[in-house]
Structure formats: C-alpha cells, structure tokens
Design a protein around this ligand. Structure first.
Ligand code: TRP
Length: 334
C-alpha cells in the first residue's frame, strides 16, 4: 500500500515496434488502472539484454517506449514511469532471489524453452534467470497487482512461489502479488493469421498494425485482413478473422461484441474492415501526435525520467534494505 492505494506493477520491453495488440491489450488498460492503483510502469531494459541488442538502437527504443507511455495518457505525476536500469535495486534483489529459486523451477518455464530454441547460439544465464529478475521487479515495490497476459502467467506464478518461500523463512517481507486479468482483456490476433497473436516480430508486415503506422497504412492493412467465406458478421469461434476485427472494434470503442454485431448486421466484410480501420486510426492518431510533440521536448522528458527514477529508487531501496537485513548482510554505517 502506498498512500492508501494498492500497488500495481508492469513493464514492457523496448524490443521491436509496438503493435496495436500491445496498445489495446496493455497500454490502454494501464491508463485506466492508474486511476485506482499506485502504479509503477517500467521500461524493462535489463530484460532486453538477455538477447543481443545493438546499444544505440536499444537506447533509442527504450526512450521511445517511455515516451509512448506518456503519449498514451499515463500521467507521470501520478504514475512512476522509469527505466529499470536506473534503479539498481532490481539487479540487487534479483541476485538475492536467485538464491531462493531452484534450477528445476526455471527449467520448467515455457518461455525459456521457446527463447532458447530461437536463440540457440546464445543461451545465456540471463535468459535462464529472466523470471527471477521479473520477480525482483514485482516484489521490490511490494506489488499487489500485476496486469499480465496469459504468456506471462507462469512468470507471475514463480514470483509468488519465490515470495512465499522467502516469507516462510524470514517472516512477512514481501507482499504476495496477484494477477490482474483485465475485464476486456483484449487479445488481438494477427490480421493475416487470426489463430496467431499479433506480434511485434511477425515477418509479414501486413499481419500487425504498428502504433506508428500512418492512417493510410492502417486502412490498407485492414483492407487486406484475412477473413472467411461465410459472408456474415457474427462473433463466434468458427470465424476467427471476423471475431478478431470485432474484438479490435470493441476494444477501441468500449462496445460489447453483441452491440457490435448488431451494428454491422446486414453489412459486408468490406464495410466492417473499413469501419474498424477508421476506428483504429481515430484511436491511434492522438497518441501519435502526442508522441511527436513529446519527442521534441527533450528537457521535459529528461525531467520526468530523473524525477520518476528517484521515486522508484526510494521505494525500491526501502524493500531492498529490509531484505538485505533479513538475509544477514551487515548494517550500513551512515
Ligand atoms: N516479461 C514481461 C514481458 O516480456 C515484461 C516484464 C518484465 C514484466 N518485468 C515485468 C511484466 C514485471 C510484468 C511485471 O512481457
């Protein structure tokens, strides 16, 4: 609890170009959540170097992502928006938690298996202990809630296990975090293969809407979206392409699938695609404009980065000192 509010933590990696899926599935909800919770939203650059990065590129992307957090509407006075690498407590707590995590547990992580297969030439120890760093992120702020997608649920589970194990030895040190499953929980699928999640690393550029796509590009991609030959606009499993378009439409407008289906009754797929495309443009345009404006304002951004890192450090250090004391490190002489 901070100032009577529950604490919420989440982070994103600055790898790849963010998609509409990232926006509707996460960022947009983050803004809503920031009304109710004390939120920490991190650009998790320590996680990014578990796969090789070009340094200048990583720095640029990290700044763009942080700018995008703000452009999406997160108020940096109310939310703590910062780079993970600016708070050394993440790495320090991660080390300690490494000593409370079993090899066997980490071996079961499906994301590690996937990534190890994908980066067979660089299966480094950081990739293996990635979930421990994520646990440190979360536990460092005594987090109550973590909004995560299904792909990160296993990491949240291991975080809870580590926290409970630690607490069982040393008393109530960590808050045990819970998953926050958003009510709309929009899972946006690829426009080219609606069985697959929309991904920032898809080879097919028509599969994903990128947050910075120009309006005409967005409209064109929707025009090319894969549908089916049923010819009717219904919200059901047998029509994953149409359902995905309706999901996107609903996530943008706040309407329910039933309302959307009614609205498009008797209309053709072409009309649906156009309407969804235009809705997406109208949602992304203000974010894009604000991103452009903020990007120009270097001194403002820098001041946000500095102040928020200080705030994050304050809370992180509080937890870290407690943990260090519990495990038996010598007291600091001040
Ligand atoms: N691993 C998460 C992802 O790739 C990002 C992340 C890092 C995160 N630390 C976190 C998400 C803590 C939630 C909480 O999506």
């Amino acid at each position: 609890m901070i100032d009577g509010k529950k604490v919420l933590f989440s982070g994103m990696q600055a790898t790849g170009t963010l998609t509409l899926g990232n926006y509707l599935g996460a960022l947009k909800n983050w803004v809503t959540l920031s009304e109710e919770y004390e939120c920490f939203y991190s650009v998790v650059d320590l996680h990014s170097i578990t796969v090789r990065q070009e340094p200048a590129e990583l720095r640029k992307r990290a700044r763009n992502l942080l700018t995008l957090y703000l452009a999406a509407g997160l108020d940096p006075q109310k939310n703590c928006i910062y780079y993970q690498s600016h708070v050394s407590g993440h790495a320090e707590l991660s080390w300690i938690l490494n000593c409370f995590t079993y090899m066997g547990e980490l071996n079961r992580m499906t994301q590690f298996k996937d990534k190890a297969a994908k980066h067979a030439d660089n299966i480094n120890a950081g990739l293996f202990t990635y979930p421990v760093l994520m646990a440190a992120d979360i536990l460092l702020y005594q987090t109550d809630m973590v909004p995560v997608g299904v792909d990160q649920m296993q990491h949240l589970e291991i975080t809870r296990d580590i926290a409970q194990r630690f607490n069982a030895v040393y008393g109530d040190v960590f808050t045990i975090p819970e998953a926050y499953i958003g009510k709309s929980g929009a899972k946006i699928m690829s426009l080219q293969n609606p069985q697959k999640k929309m991904s920032k690393s898809d080879e097919n550029p028509n599969a994903s809407i990128y947050l910075m796509d120009e309006p005409d590009v967005i409209l064109r991609k929707f025009k090319r979206a894969v549908t089916d030959s049923e010819g009717q606009i219904l919200y059901r499993e047998e029509q994953p392409g149409i359902r995905n378009l309706l999901d996107i439409y609903c996530a943008c407008t706040g309407k329910s699938p039933e309302e959307a289906v009614k609205e498009f009754e008797g209309k053709g797929y072409g009309e649906l695609k156009e309407a969804v495309g235009e809705t997406v443009v109208s949602v992304l345009k203000p974010v894009q404009d604000e991103f452009a404006r903020l990007s120009e304002d270097k001194s403002y951004l820098d001041s946000i980065i500095k102040e928020n890192a200080q705030k994050a450090n304050y809370y992180a250090t509080k937890t870290l000192r407690k943990v260090q004391k519990k495990v038996g490190f010598p007291e600091r002489i001040r």
